[in-house]
Design a protein. Structure first.
Length: 260
């Protein structure tokens, strides 16, 4: 059986370098087959991620923090409320075998395993329980701001279990670790968009194509830890050498204005 992984991804080819590094590191360590879904807004009416927000159809994107913010809450229904599924943000890379996260046992009554009841950038879902904890996708698509309400009111210490006893599967920007190769670190997440290491590759590439990155609130700045971009650079070289080239992840469809 494949491990189902869903990745929140912008829909205008903004973060191809991050996709390459994430995909490579997932496969670099994985001891089981992976099934990866790059969750992107689409203009295709047959897509689960379809949006014609101008005409009030599909996913209505007004007020979204990112071009994929509510998608994680749709994963259990996408999976038919069966089995397990993992959600990841695109700006991450693995430091260990994702099957170790997949195999963590759920306590009784728990619906999601994450860093804590507030932080769901990396989440393991028990999809069967999603029917009881999450609103239907029809509402998530159409009700502005509902995804924020889900995050604030649905998840509590009794419904969310921490994965920290099994390692740090969401190490935020290196946290207070002296060494990024600390065996406790299973996944590294670059949370501050202006300092994300893929931008030095993505912004010139997008500019050359007459495009912009979706995040425009603050200008790029150096990461607070020099070892974070250094590691990303090394992993991007590895990814390309192993056939995980950024261009492989580019889609012909460009969604355009997100309407956020």
């Amino acid at each position: 059986m494949s491990i189902k992984i869903f990745v929140g991804t912008p829909a205008n080819n903004e973060d191809l370098e991050s996709q390459a590094v994430l995909d490579w590191t997932l496969h670099k360590y994985a001891s089981a087959p992976l099934e990866i879904v790059w969750m992107k807004l689409s203009r295709d009416p047959s897509s689960f991620w379809y949006s014609d927000w101008r005409n009030g159809k599909g996913w209505i994107t007004k007020g979204w923090a990112t071009p994929f913010s509510p998608f994680r809450w749709a994963i259990p229904e996408y999976c038919g409320f069966e089995g397990r599924a993992i959600y990841l943000d695109v700006d991450m890379w693995l430091m260990d075998d994702i099957t170790k996260l997949w195999d963590i046992p759920f306590r009784s009554g728990v619906f999601a395993i994450a860093k804590n009841e507030r932080t769901f950038c990396c989440t393991l879902f028990d999809c069967a329980k999603g029917r009881h904890f999450l609103p239907p996708v029809s509402r998530l698509r159409s009700e502005i701001g509902l995804y924020r309400t889900v995050r604030k009111k649905t998840f509590t210490p009794t419904t969310v279990q921490s994965f920290l006893p099994w390692g740090n599967w969401n190490c935020l920007d290196g946290e207070d670790y002296n060494d990024l190769h600390d065996p406790d670190i299973k996944l590294i997440h670059c949370t501050s968009i202006p300092s994300q290491p893929q931008l030095k590759y993505a912004l010139p590439r997008l500019a050359a194509a007459g495009q912009k990155h979706w995040y425009t609130l603050n200008p790029p700045r150096p990461h607070l830890r020099a070892d974070i971009p250094a590691m990303f650079d090394e992993l991007l070289v590895e990814a390309i050498a192993n056939g995980y080239k950024p261009a492989n992840y580019a889609t012909a469809e460009v969604f355009g204005d997100y309407g956020r």
